[in-house]
Ligand binder design. Structure first.
Ligand code: 5GP
Ligand code: ZN
Length: 134
């Protein structure tokens, strides 16, 4: 646990939160600035700044938990859809540097947008990008 990290403190119970699930590895809390009703965050109890630092074992457990939470929340909140969002780095919108996964219930006409603006790309550019990654 990092003394300087607010999510370490929340995940480990040193700061109170609206907890909707807890086990030995994770705490799931309601977001204080919710995009929609029920917006929650999965916090690993062990500190990792982001996805790059996340241990494989935690990474493999987190999506199983996300599925479980999304299923339960969809039933309990009667939402119409669901976004799973996870930001890494300031440029990608990360504001708290302790890995967390957003669980965002979506409702018809909720007025939120979690979208990007599509751009155009040629087959040559796609080929180049493909070759730079593989
Ligand atoms: P990020 O932008 O890093 O992906 O997401 C950080 C999220 O944490 C934001 O949605 C913000 O509302 C939420 N948040 C920041 N500080 C606190 C806090 O102290 N408690 C809770 N419950 N949520 C927080
Ligand atoms: Zn932390």
């Amino acid at each position: 646990m990092l003394d300087s990290c607010i999510f370490c403190k929340i995940a480990n119970g040193a700061i109170p939160s609206k907890t909707i699930y807890e086990d030995e590895d994770f705490r799931v809390i309601l977001d204080l600035g919710p995009a929609t009703k029920g917006h929650a965050l999965i916090l690993p109890k062990e500190h990792s700044a982001n996805l790059y630092e996340l241990p494989d074992e935690t990474a493999s457990k987190v999506m199983v938990l996300a599925k479980k939470m999304a299923t339960k929340m969809t039933e309990k909140l009667s939402c119409d859809g669901f976004n799973i969002v996870q930001n890494n780095g300031e440029v990608a919108g990360q504001t708290v540097m302790h890995y967390h996964l957003h669980l965002i219930p979506r409702y018809q006409d909720d007025g939120q947008k979690i979208l990007w603006k599509p751009t155009e790309v040629s087959q040559e550019e796609l080929e180049q990008v493909k070759n730079s990654i593989i």
